[in-house]
Design a protein around this ligand. Structure first.
Ligand code: FE2
Length: 343
């Protein structure tokens, strides 16, 4: 047996209340109450599909009860009861969310039609809401899936970067630690130069990988304590090009390529690999060049001892406008340089 729709009749007058009950009783599960407060009490513990509500009642009037019903159970349909004299009030009720109104005395056919219309609208509304809930759930599942995929991609990307950094470390352990310090200083300098968050992200990748091309430079040259020969230096000069070639196939690193490729191009155009000059050198590459040099000067290297912070500051001043971007050097000189010598 299917469950009957529940209808609540609210009217302070016994006659109309019972007349409606008699009309609807054979088709629906009908309850009756005689005022608005009782109606709201019943609605707080029982779900009704439709409420038939007299407009003129002592105490709480029908319009106020309608507002409360729509607050408590917005899907419950409400039909108002009125006399000819107050059709205007019934029209106001329709604007407040009532489905229709019935005029006293009741016509059996009209009552059944209006109630049927209300219940059918409630069924459609519920179906639509249920479909909407399904769509929202499906949407959430899809969003979760996308989040999961993004996390996987980011994880793979981090693994790629880490394996590239590990590859450098296996060749020259100085380089790995150096790259991490360059990242720190480059980001600090970049923060002073007001790069966007996205540019900072790219710079971080490029700074970490700027010397990745040293994988292609023979170990005996990388670790050589004496001055390099011209031929050996020509080989070392290939490392930005090799680094750019290594990271170009990684889609997520594509935008970091120019910073890696040009981190040895000098501001005055005498650098390598392309001899780019001034603003033609990507800003990220100009920042990395300074961070790279600062860290190298503060470190003990096979061919030179670490400089003091004051010595490094003097070198930066000396090479502003030739090796380095003078605007960035002004910013760097206002920053705290690492005070300890690095090994
Ligand atoms: Fe380099």
């Amino acid at each position: 047996m299917t469950e009957q729709n529940r209808v609540l009749i609210v009217d302070d007058e016994l006659g109309p209340r019972e007349a409606l009950r008699m009309i609807l009783n054979d088709h629906y599960d009908v309850s009756t109450v005689s005022d608005g407060h009782q109606a709201l009490d019943r609605l707080s513990c029982t779900e009704f599909d439709l409420v038939i509500l007299d407009i003129r009642m002592p105490g709480m009037n029908g319009i106020d009860v309608l507002a409360e019903v729509k607050k408590k159970a917005p899907d419950t349909e409400v039909v108002m009861i009125t006399a000819y004299a107050s059709v205007d009030t019934a029209t106001i009720a329709l604007r407040h969310g009532a489905l229709d109104y019935l005029i006293k005395p009741f016509d059996r056919r009209s009552v059944l039609n209006v109630v049927e219309k209300g219940l059918s609208r409630r069924t459609s509304t519920r179906k639509m809401k249920s479909r909407l809930d399904e769509l929202l759930l499906a949407n959430k599942a899809l969003a979760d899936q996308i989040d999961c995929s993004i996390r996987n991609i980011q994880q793979h990307f981090l693994e790629t970067v880490n394996s590239l950094v590990a590859a450098i470390d296996s060749k020259d352990s100085y380089t790995k630690a150096h790259q991490k310090r360059v990242v720190r200083f480059a980001l600090a300098l970049a923060a002073e130069s007001r790069l966007s968050d996205r540019e900072m992200g790219l710079l971080e990748q490029a700074a970490l990988l700027h010397d990745i091309g040293k994988i292609g430079v023979p170990e005996q040259i990388l670790r050589k304590a004496a001055t390099l020969t011209v031929e050996e230096f020509e080989i070392v000069k290939q490392h930005p090009i090799i680094g750019a070639k290594i990271i170009t196939p990684v889609q997520a690193l594509r935008e970091a390529v120019p910073m890696v490729l040009h981190h040895h191009d000098r501001f005055d155009g005498t650098g390598y690999p392309d001899g780019l000059k001034g603003a033609a050198i990507p800003l990220g590459a100009r920042i990395i060049a300074i961070a790279d040099a600062v860290d190298a000067m503060l470190s003990n290297r096979p061919y030179a001892s670490a400089m003091t912070v004051d010595q490094v500051r003097n070198q930066l001043r000396l090479f502003a406008g030739t090796q380095f971007d003078p605007w960035l050097i002004d910013l760097a000189l206002k920053m705290d340089l690492p005070s300890q010598r690095l090994t």
